[in-house]
Design a protein around this ligand. Structure first.
Ligand code: GDP
Ligand code: MG
Length: 430
C-alpha cells in the first residue's frame, strides 16, 4: 500500500534527520520536497498546499520539545496534519433502523458488488445478520455476480432487478419480520463522470438509507474526486476506497475526504471477502509515513488466532528479547509475512524472501544469547556482541540492528499501552 509514497517520504525525513538542528531554510526545503512527493503521488494540489501550509505554520510556531529531534518533531506535525486531512477520527456505519439499509453507489468497476459481499461478511463476523439486495434493471448479470458471492458466504440474497422501486421496499418490509437486520443494496454502476441511476433518488424517498456509501477505485487517484462529485446529490454518508492493495499512489486516500467532505469508512485491500479494513486516519498516516501500524498488526494477529501471546506482551511491563522473538514468530505464522512485517516501523517494503532470511538471522542472534542476556539486553556490551555475532554466524552490525529494532518495538508497545502513540489506540480494549 503506497510503497513508493512511503519510500520517498522516508528519504526526505532521512535527509532532515541527518542534519541534526534544522534551520528555517531546512524546514522550507523539506516541505518543498514533501510537496513534490505528494504531487507525485497524485494528491490534489490544493490538498497538498493546505496540508503543508498548516505544517509550516506549526513548525514555526510551536515550541521544540527537548526529547525529540527537530526532524522527529516535523515528522510528528506532518503525521498529525496528514491524519486530520483524512478525517481525524475513524467513523463507523450508522446502521440505524431495522433492517438498516446500507446502499453502495459509484461508477462501474469501482468495486460495489465485491464490497457488498465484504461488508456483509464483516458485519456477519460482528454479530449482525446481514443480507444483500441487487437492484440492476439493466444488467441481469450483475445480480448473478452478487448472488454467487452471497451463496459462497452463506448470506441471503434478494433480487430486486425487475422493478427496484416496488421490490426493494417489499424486501425490506419482509426482512422486518425476520432476524435479518442489515440490508446491503448493490446498485448499477454508471460510466465514470455520469450521474447516478435516476431511480435512486426516488427509491431513497421511499426507503431512506441509513448509510449511503460511495465506492471508488483508489487506482484512479485524484480523478476519483470528479467521479465522486456526480454522486454527491444523492446525500452520501461516506466513502469506501477499493484496490489499495494495488499500486495506488495515495492521491485518492489523501484527497477525497477533504475534497468531497466525506469520511472514508472502509478500504478494500484485495478481492476476497475478508479483504476489507475499517479506515482509521491516524493509522493510515502512520502507514504512509512508514511509522508502522502496530495496532493494525495486533488486529491481524488476533484474527489469525495468535492474539493471546501478543496480548500478553502488550499487557506485561517487561518485554524481553524472548518476547520479541515470540512476537516475530507469531507474525511469521499469521499470514503473508511481508504484508505483516510491512506494518512494523521502518520496514516499508520487504520482499517475502528477504523477510524470511532476515527473520532467520534475528532468530539465530537471539538464540545465541544467554538467557540472562535475553532478559536483560542492556548488559550486552561490545564483547558480548562479538561473541553473539560469532555464535550466530552474523556480524556485530546485525546484532546492533536487532537490538535497535527490539528497543524500537519496546518503545512502541509501551507507547501503545499508555495510549501515547498518537492515534495508536490500545488494540485489545474493544
Ligand atoms: P462494481 O462494478 O462497482 O460492482 O465492481 P466489482 O465489485 O464488480 O469489482 C470490479 C473488479 O474489481 C472485480 O474484478 C473485483 O474483484 C475487483 N476489486 C474490487 N475491490 C477490490 C480490492 O479492494 N482490491 C482488488 N485488488 N480488487 C478489487
Ligand atoms: Mg457491480
Amino acid at each position: 500500500m503506497f510503497e513508493s509514497l512511503t519510500d520517498r517520504l522516508a528519504q526526505v525525513f532521512q535527509r532532515l534527520r541527518g542534519k541534526g538542528l534544522l534551520t528555517q531554510a531546512d524546514v522550507d526545503q523539506g516541505l518543498r520536497e514533501i510537496r513534490e512527493v505528494l504531487l507525485g503521488a497524485d494528491v490534489h494540489p490544493e490538498v497538498a498546499r493546505e496540508l503543508l501550509e498548516r505544517v509550516r505554520a506549526r513548525a514555526v510556531g510551536e515550541k521544540l520539545v527537548e526529547s525529540l529531534s527537530p526532524a522527529q518533531q516535523l515528522l510528528a506535525i506532518v503525521r498529525q496534519e496528514m491524519t486530520s486531512v483524512m478525517g481525524k477520527e475513524a467513523k463507523k456505519l450508522k446502521l440505524s433502523g431495522r433492517p438498516a439499509l446500507v446502499v453502495l453507489v459509484g461508477p462501474a468497476g469501482g468495486g460495489k458488488t465485491t464490497t457488498a459481499g465484504k461488508i456483509a461478511y464483516y458485519l456477519g463476523k460482528r454479530g449482525r445478520t446481514p443480507f444483500v439486495i441487487s437492484a440492476d434493471p439493466e444488467r441481469p448479470a450483475a445480480g448473478e455476480q452478487l448472488q454467487t458471492l452471497a451463496q459462497k458466504l452463506g448470506i441471503p440474497c434478494f433480487p430486486a432487478d425487475r422493478d427496484p422501486l416496488a421490490q426493494v421496499p417489499q424486501i425490506l418490509a419482509q426482512a422486518k419480520k425476520s432476524l435479518l437486520d442489515v440490508a446491503i443494496l448493490d446498485t448499477p454502476g454508471t460510466p465514470p463522470g455520469m450521474p447516478p441511476p435516476s431511480f435512486l433518488p426516488d427509491l431513497f424517498r421511499l426507503v431512506p438509507p441509513s448509510d449511503t456509501l460511495l465506492v471508488l477505485d483508489a487506482l484512479v487517484g485524484q480523478e476519483a474526486i470528479r467521479m465522486g462529485q456526480a454522486f454527491l446529490p444523492l446525500g452520501l454518508t461516506g466513502l469506501v476506497l477499493t484496490k489499495l492493495d494495488g499500486d495506488a499512489r495515495g492521491g485518492a486516500a489523501l484527497s477525497l475526504p477533504s475534497r468531497l467532505r466525506l469520511p472514508i469508512l472502509f478500504v478494500g485491500v484485495g478481492e476476497r471477502p475478508e479483504d476489507l479494513e475499517p479506515f482509521d486516519p491516524g493509522r493510515m498516516a502512520d502507514r504512509i509515513l512508514g511509522l508502522g501500524d502496530l495496532s493494525g498488526l495486533a488486529e491481524k494477529l488476533q484474527e489469525a488466532g495468535v492474539s493471546a501471546r501478543a496480548e500478553k506482551i502488550l499487557r506485561e511491563e517487561a518485554f524481553t528479547l524472548e518476547d520479541f522473538l515470540g512476537q516475530l514468530e507469531a507474525v511469521r505464522h499469521a499470514g503473508p509475512l511481508g504484508q505483516l512485517l510491512a506494518r512494523l516501523p521502518g520496514r516499508a517494503r520487504p520482499e517475502e524472501e528477504e523477510v524470511e532470511q532476515e527473520f532467520e538471522k534475528m532468530k539465530a542472534i537471539i538464540q545465541s544469547m544467554t538467557v540472562e542476556e535475553r532478559r536483560n539486553p542492556h548488559i550486552i556490551g561490545a564483547s558480548r556482541k562479538r561473541r553473539i555475532a560469532r555464535g550466530s554466524g552474523t556480524t556485530v552490525q546485525d546484532v546492533n540492528r536487532l537490538l535497535a529494532e527490539y528497543e524500537q518495538a519496546k518503545k512502541l508497545l509501551k507507547g501503545l499501552k499508555r495510549g501515547k502513540i498518537p492515534g495508536g489506540k490500545f488494540p485489545f480494549s474493544r
